[in-house]
Design a binder for this molecule. Structure first.
Ligand SMILES: C[S@@+](CC[C@H](N)C(=O)[O-])C[C@H]1O[C@@H](n2cnc3c(N)ncnc32)[C@H](O)[C@@H]1O
Ligand code: SF4
Length: 285
């Protein structure tokens, strides 16, 4: 009899939208087949009280898309913050729309905004962030840091982020040396490991055999479908729909347990949940 650890949701990511203005090579947005849309306020209102009961470590306010494009961003964030006054909320953005106006929608509600820059030079940036404007993103980061100081606000903290995509140690060091003096103590310069989104990104190949995500995290797609993790960009592992069911009903279902058991036994090959076979990441942030 295989031992299944007791599951408890600790990390949730919410996809406010899967619309995106960029086409980064390392992101599965390029190959996504799902329809595009925005999470409704009604859905946020429905799931927010459930999240409040979970004692979450972290709520991620992004999926495979650009959350700042959501037309009711402030309203969505306010609902969540009212229900979850102390939960750490982080939002990742590509920085294109990180204007003062959009900063105001997050101000006081989001704990941390991470801005994807992925390069010290414009050339490196362009290689990874297809369609992005390096100078504009940098200008946005400078502006909002200045604006944040001007209005005397602390949050959101800013994390300038680089995914390790082979930029090399020298460029990483330059990135660090460039940003460190510009940011506040509570802000971050962050380097993250590249992921292959469950084996979906050509050129990033590695895999793990055991995954912690199945026991500790879930991801909510913009349309309310709930899937096993934030790497499931196309809803291949959808386990239920939060428009009709609760987190608990889905997360503690027999179907979910069956998936965990098969994953523990390593017998998922050639099954529906193929994504878990080829995935690197044990947990999202
Ligand atoms: C899918 S993006 C969506 C948010 C936003 N559009 C952005 O680019 O930041 C969510 C996070 O995943 C990161 N990301 C994208 N592709 C990745 C990869 N192959 N490995 C690791 N992180 C990745 C982004 O930098 C961002 O921090
Ligand atoms: S990484 Fe972000 S910006 Fe780039 S394509 Fe994916 S969702 Fe869009």
């Amino acid at each position: 009899m295989v031992h299944i650890p007791t599951p408890k949701i600790k990390i949730v990511t919410m996809e406010f939208t899967n619309y995106c203005n960029l086409a980064c090579w390392m992101c599965p947005h390029n190959i996504m087949t799902r329809t595009t849309g925005f999470m409704s306020l009604d859905l946020v209102k429905k799931i927010s009280p459930q999240l409040a009961k979970m004692d979450l470590q972290m709520l991620g306010l992004h999926g495979i898309g650009e959350s700042l494009l959501h037309p009711q961003l402030r309203e969505c964030l306010q609902i969540l913050r009212d229900d979850l006054p102390t939960t750490h909320m982080g939002l990742a953005t590509n920085g294109t729309f990180l204007t003062e106006k959009n900063f105001n929608k997050m101000e006081g509600l989001v704990d941390e905004v991470s801005v994807a820059i992925d390069g010290f030079t414009e050339d490196t940036y362009k290689k990874h962030r297809t369609g992005g404007d390096f100078k504009k993103v940098l200008e946005h980061v400078y502006n909002i840091m200045e604006y944040r100081a001007k209005i005397g606000s602390e949050k959101p903290y800013i994390a300038v982020q680089m995914i390790d995509l082979g930029q090399g140690e020298e460029e990483k060091q330059k990135f660090e040396d460039f940003w460190r003096p510009k940011i506040l103590k509570q802000d971050k310069v962050r380097f993250i490991t590249k992921a292959n989104f469950g084996g979906q990104i050509p050129g990033i190949d590695f895999q793990i055999k055991k995954c912690a995500a199945l026991y500790a995290q879930v991801s909510v797609l913009w349309d309310g479908r709930m899937t096993t993790c934030c790497w499931d960009s196309d809803g291949k592992n959808v386990m239920g729909n939060l428009n009709e069911e609760t987190f608990d009903e889905i997360f503690f279902s027999q179907e979910y347990d069956k998936l965990r058991e098969k994953h523990e036994l390593g017998t998922l090959q050639k099954e529906k949940h193929l994504l878990c076979n080829t995935c690197l990441v044990p947990a999202c942030s």
